[in-house]
Design a protein around this ligand. Sequence first.
Ligand code: HEM
Length: 388
Amino acid sequence: MLPHRWRELRDAGPVRYDEAQGVWQVLDHETVATVLADPATYSSDLSALTPTQADFETFRQGNFVGMDPPEHRKLRTLVSQAFTPRVVQGLAPRIEAVCVRLLDAVADRDRFDLVDALAYPLPIIVIAELLGIPAEEHRLFQEWASVLFGGDQLGEAPDMADLERALEAIAPTVREMNGYMLDHIRHRRAHPGTDLTSRLIAAEVDGVRLTDQEMVGFVALLLVAGHITTTALLGNAVVTFDRHPGTDAALRADPAGIPAAVEEVLRWLPPFPELGRRVARPVVLGRHELPADTLLMVHLGAANRDPSHFDAPDVFDVGRHPNPHLTFGHGIHFCFGAPLARLEARIALQLLHKRFRTLTVPSYEDIAFQNPAVIIGVRRLPVEVSRP
Ligand code: HEM
């Protein structure tokens, strides 16, 4: 759903039934937070409501975003041992080096596609490096991520048949990635290093360790949850700054304002605008009686424009404080990679400011967007730059 509809929807009330899509929508900040904070009533396990595909099942095992407690807690705790805030902070010099290398490749150009040049490859290279994948094989990760993400095959209002077709289409990629990652894990078991794969192998809580298949599922989750979202964040930042004249100049004058500006971009255009939840037991929500197995679409985009939580919610304000946006979710599934996404965005934006005296979007007609049913973000963003 597109941003201009969020306000209209939110004004329609906190909870409503959407006839066209046949789903219930949760739209205000308070009810969205309530739903996300109560996994016993609102389950993340949608497998009973969505099509299955045999190959894709192999990824379900470590894919804890689709699990409820206690399985979710077990996996998230194990993975947290390996992917600590210190590990993320330690990535800063590598993230900067990757940004420098990517921008060097367009050093002789005044116009280039920011997505191709930086926003798309950066997060995928960071995830691949984190896992200890050799540089010459990063290309495979790019290919898998673009297929796995799968938004291309879906229309703007996908139904179950569309989802089934999309899963069928990605099955060969799932098999290839599964095989590759299992080999990589076996190799790391025999030759441990300091990368995330080796840390995941070593992680242990109360004598429990991750199985190989759970690790592969987690890597697939990283690719789906951590790649295109970060690409979207970078692109959304550049477009939104361009659309709000003065923003770029203000941030160049005061780089300390970049973290707050990133938060405002996250509020303004949440890459995942909607999350799915399944009603696990009959419940009354917003005065509506909902039976078990009702599918809810939880609208982070609409909640982020709720006037009871944000002053002037339809104004883009890089100095906004506080900024309790729900773009990274809320509760037990709160985005595991939020510190990494924030770090990548800050480093990339700072470097863009350092490299280019000006960076503008010359024509909005040339921007191509992702499928808004899946993600709010650009897929092509031609920019024009001038150098100091
Ligand atoms: C979960 C958004 C970047 C890994 C989530 C959730 C949201 C989200 C909304 C909650 C899903 C739910 O409750 O159903 C975003 C956005 C990002 C981003 C907007 C970038 C701007 C990343 C990155 C990584 C990552 C960089 C890792 C490299 C995860 C994981 C989960 C998750 C593993 C599952 C957490 C759980 O279920 O406990 N993300 N994400 N994300 N994200 Fe992110």
